[in-house]
Design a protein around this ligand. Structure first.
Ligand code: SAM
Length: 219
């Protein structure tokens, strides 16, 4: 359970969060949530000793758990409020979804690789978190539960998927890295009215590709 979590990693986690705080552009609420999450639980035991480095690390199926700074940055842009319905595309290890849940969001997360979903579900259960998972192509969203106050895409898109824009609530925010396979700009899209979206782009990042109908083609 998260509340009772207390182990040798606590000090390393505190140092990581302190270093993120010093960057000055990240939400305190998000950093507080990250302070409660045992990142090592989302990694194979051979990577536990690196869990509190500020780097992306390998998980199964040639995928990655995102860098803590990137997680904090995207979650800051998403500006989650208690009770918000949030859709995540790219469950991966489940770490990002866990932080969204700790911020009080009702979380829906989609992953195309079933073995990753199986693993993430075990960790959610172990941590006592109620997170809705789905195996499939997240580029077309999860229409049944839309609209969402926030949508976060944790893989690199060639363009902003139209389906995700359509599934945003009025006032909702979509955070998505868009660009080539080598590097992407972080886009923040806010739905002002039914047909009016504010788009801005911020820093550069490097993600694994978003593969699907409204993403990159496989191969
Ligand atoms: N959010 C994850 C975490 O906290 O560990 C990191 C995600 S990893 C950088 C990107 C993930 O997106 C990979 O697991 C990949 O399989 C997944 N992915 C790529 N295309 C997808 C799609 N169309 N739908 C759902 N997941 C997708």
């Amino acid at each position: 359970m998260l509340q009772n979590h207390n182990n040798a990693f606590n000090e390393r986690r505190r140092l990581l969060i302190e270093s993120l705080r010093r960057r000055g552009n990240l939400s305190e609420t998000v950093l507080d949530a990250m302070m409660k999450v045992p990142r090592e639980k989302f990694l194979d035991s051979s990577f536990h000793f690196r869990a509190y480095e500020d780097t992306a690390l390998p998980i199964d199926a040639n995928q990655t758990i995102s860098q803590p700074y990137t997680v904090a940055y995207m979650t800051t842009l998403l500006d989650v409020k208690e009770g918000d319905k949030i859709l995540e595309i790219g469950t991966g290890s489940g770490y990002q979804a866990c932080i969204l849940a700790l911020l009080g969001a009702k979380v829906f997360t989609i992953e195309r690789i079933s073995s990753l979903v199986d693993k993430a579900k075990k960790v959610f259960h172990e941590l006592g978190l109620n997170i809705n998972t789905r195996i499939g192509d997240g580029t077309i969203g999860w229409k049944e539960h839309s609209p969402y106050q926030g949508i976060i895409v944790t893989a690199a898109a060639p363009d902003v998927p139209d389906s995700l824009m359509e599934q945003l609530a009025l006032g909702g925010k979509l955070v998505v890295p868009v660009g080539s396979k080598s590097y992407q700009s972080m886009y923040l899209i806010e739905r002002k009215t039914e047909n009016d979206f504010n788009k801005s782009s911020t820093d550069s990042f490097k993600f694994v590709p978003l593969i699907g109908k409204e993403g990159w083609k496989l191969g």
